[in-house]
Write a protein that binds this ligand. Structure first.
Ligand SMILES: NC(=O)c1ccc[n+]([C@@H]2O[C@H](COP(=O)([O-])OP(=O)(O)OC[C@H]3O[C@@H](n4cnc5c(N)ncnc54)[C@H](OP(=O)(O)O)[C@@H]3O)[C@@H](O)[C@H]2O)c1
Length: 249
């Protein structure tokens, strides 16, 4: 099956976790993929392992000029874009009494400013009938101590996606958000938690999931494929929880 034959997809945060699994699946389904990340060495490693029609673009989504560069390199190589998957994100932990300006700016610049500016840059090059996907989180629905700024950032993205859904309606562009629950990716190792606390936190998350486990990046990638493909042609403006039921109980 080639559900994305000749479609052009741009994916941010695609050197790791959910973004990488999605890039692999999109390539398998016939898409031309722009794999973006902020570390050249990680992109080089990815280049070695993937097959198909893709390029890698070094871009730090928290910087305005890098979003411009990302879309320019993508369109220079492949022409107009069909699928824009704004997935890059960070989730450093900081209980409210420890939040500082650096933490706030880091999280909001990456998780909110980045996707919004990339969308702005991409819109003139996005085909009518194309699709924009954001990676949100179920933190929009459930409270987890220490994730205050992260949760606020994903809430902001959710609000933005609603407005965008309306703004692009005359062009038939669908805008949807994937809201993962706990997914086994490298993000947990980047939260700044000691190993034992990380393990305890992970076990705690898994216990809150009706299915009793973390999800996999591949399970999210399959959802991204569904939402990006014609199979989801009448799905627009939703935030879809992929969380083993965690947000529902
Ligand atoms: N895993 C979960 O449980 C979970 C749950 C809910 C939502 N999410 C969301 O899912 C998305 C993907 O996360 P993941 O779990 O797959 O984690 P991940 O493996 O750490 O992937 C995140 C990707 O985003 C990249 N990134 C971070 N800051 C960036 C920046 N300023 N510019 C460009 N790229 C940047 C990372 O690059 P580096 O490799 O250089 O760090 C990495 O490639 C995030 O938006 C996250 O908030 C994850």
């Amino acid at each position: 099956m080639s559900k994305l034959k000749n479609k052009v997809a741009v994916i941010t945060g695609a050197n790791s976790g959910i973004g990488l699994a999605t890039a692999k699946l999109f390539l398998k389904e016939g898409a031309k993929v722009v794999i973006s990340g902020r570390r050249q060495e990680a992109l080089n490693e990815v280049k070695e392992t993937l097959e198909g029609d893709f390029i890698t673009v070094l871009a730090d989504v928290s910087k305005a000029e890098d979003n411009t560069k990302l879309i320019k390199e993508a369109t220079d190589r492949f022409g107009n874009i069909d699928i824009l998957f704004l997935n890059a994100g960070i989730a450093p932990i900081a209980p409210t009494e420890t939040i500082d300006e650096h933490h706030y700016n880091d999280v909001f610049n990456t998780n909110v400013k980045g996707p919004i500016l990339a969308t702005k840059e991409a819109l003139p090059h996005l085909n009518d009938g194309g699709t924009i996907l954001f990676t949100g989180s179920i933190v929009n629905q459930k409270a987890f101590d220490g994730f205050g700024v992260y949760s606020a950032s994903k809430g902001a993205l959710r609000a933005y996606s609603k407005v965008l859904t309306s703004e692009v309606k005359s062009r038939g562009i669908r805008v949807n958000t994937i809201a993962p629950g706990p997914i086994d990716t490298p993000i947990y190792g980047k939260m700044g938690l000691p190993e034992d606390v990380l393990e305890e936190t992970g076990n705690g998350f898994a216990a809150m999931v009706p299915l009793g486990r973390f999800g996999t990046s591949e399970e999210i990638a399959k959802t991204a494929l569904f939402l990006a493909s014609d199979d989801a042609s009448y799905i627009n403006g939703v935030e879809l929880e992929i969380d083993g039921g965690m947000s529902q109980i």
